[in-house]
Design a binder for this molecule. Structure first.
Ligand code: KDG
Ligand code: MG
Length: 408
């Protein structure tokens, strides 16, 4: 069996999805996602220039050897662009494997450990009242968990995760007006004084059964993060996300010494080497990698297995930029993983998105039900894809009040 073609598509409804289609001489094809938010054209180019020509003629069933070939063969290892490109290849090869076996991927991993995987939605408000409305909207739809973000009085710009629209959150993270980032201004003192009180009010307003998550988005220094975690302890958060910049694996020691608040980190990680110390030293409770960004199913499954040895549960990244293919790969891992925790889920099922990526994966009452179709269980409509093309966009950059550049 041989790979005969590897085609790359870019574009989608309001997103620049990068989709890889690997075709074989036996008619079976596989699909993978290489969407690296706001750097999409680079993963597309990596796939087109280097990966596609090297794939032709290889046996698609040898997904491990192909992964090693690209990872070791690059010499300059890791990095988000290369790992997202390998992620797409790996996903597509697993899709082919599942179709050949006529089995959904979760069965190839070891079978289902649960029916329905708990997801969390993004609730957001310009102020606390707005945020409460947004939380109620998700509670009414049956969500069991919500991430809560709201504006901070006196903060010169919107704080992280605050959307201008209520209800289902579209891709509010990316500004498609061009490649030059907007500037947001941040003040850690204002945030640290206001947010614990706001979170307590939310806790008191909603049922104790509702899981509340909060994302600091890398903004605090290790000492500040430890103090913040201590102050939000009475809220009983499901998790506190990215309290410190994620590349410093030792930063969470101080937080751990001062608080038992569950910590989630990892959406910017692209390999096991970004999180092995965090996991082995049990400095985190949830690992947030995404199958696309961290080298595909083959590599992420290794991270999940290591995490399981240390009581660390999964909480895969599921921001608006992730394509239904990445979400499907994660859904299969979520169905299987003995150490599954929760899945971030932003409503992907718009009619345009469903037309581009038809599938029968389902969300019901805050639980994601994985499709039983062979492989990933998602298709790709090439005709529909002709409607879309690449649109340049950017994340904002963040500065402190005195102009110092800070962490977005
Ligand atoms: O591209 C950046 C987003 O993926 C990130 O800002 C989303 O923090 C995020 C989250 O928790 O989904
Ligand atoms: Mg986050």
């Amino acid at each position: 069996m041989k790979i005969t073609a590897a085609k790359v598509f870019i574009g989608g409804p309001g997103k620049n999805y990068v989709t890889l289609k690997i075709e074989t001489d036996q008619g079976v094809y596989g699909l993978g996602d290489a969407t690296l938010n706001n750097r999409e054209s680079l993963t597309a180019k990596y796939l087109e220039d280097y990966i596609a020509p090297n794939l032709i003629g290889l046996d698609p069933r040898r997904s491990e050897d192909i992964w090693q070939f690209f990872y070791r063969g690059a010499y300059f290892r890791r990095g988000p662009i290369a790992m997202a490109a390998f992620g797409a290849v790996d996903m597509a090869l697993w899709d082919i494997k599942g179709k050949l076996a006529n089995m959904p991927l979760y069965d190839l991993f070891g079978g289902k450990s649960r029916e329905g995987a708990m997801v969390y939605a993004h609730a957001t408000g310009s102020d606390l009242e707005d945020l409460k409305d947004s939380i109620s909207y998700y509670v009414e739809q049956g969500y069991k968990a919500v991430r809560v973000q709201c504006g901070v009085p006196g903060m010169p710009s919107a704080s992280y995760g605050v959307s201008e629209t209520k209800g289902d959150v579209e891709n509010y993270i990316t500004d498609f007006s061009g490649i030059r980032p907007k500037v947001e201004v941040w003040d850690s003192d204002l945030y640290m004084r206001y947010m614990p009180k706001a979170l307590e009010e939310i806790r008191d307003t909603f049922s104790p059964d509702l899981h509340i998550l909060h994302d600091v988005h890398h903004r605090l220094l290790p000492r500040e993060a430890a103090a913040f975690a201590k102050s939000v302890e009475p809220v009983g958060l499901y998790w506190l996300e990215d309290p410190t910049p994620a590349e410093d694996q030792d930063a969470l020691r101080l937080l751990r010494q001062h608080s038992t608040v569950p910590v989630a980190i990892g959406e910017v990680f692209n390999s096991i080497f970004d999180c092995n110390k965090l996991i082995e030293n049990e400095l985190i409770d949830f690992i947030r990698v995404a199958v696309t960004y961290a080298g595909g199913i083959t590599h992420v499954k290794r991270i999940v297995d290591l995490a399981g040895l240390h009581h660390v549960r999964t909480g895969f990244h599921g921001a608006p930029s992730h394509s239904p293919l990445c979400m499907a790969a994660q859904a299969h891992l979520n169905a299987w993983a003995p150490n599954f925790g929760i899945q971030e889920y932003l409503v992907l099922g718009t009619p345009e998105c469903d037309a581009l990526f038809p599938s029968d994966h389902k969300m019901e009452n805050g639980l994601f039900h994985v499709s039983d179709a062979p492989g990933l269980g998602v298709d790709f409509d090439e005709k529909e894809a002709e409607r879309y093309s690449y649109v340049a966009g950017s994340h904002p950059v963040v500065r402190l009040q005195d102009g110092t550049l800070w962490n977005y």
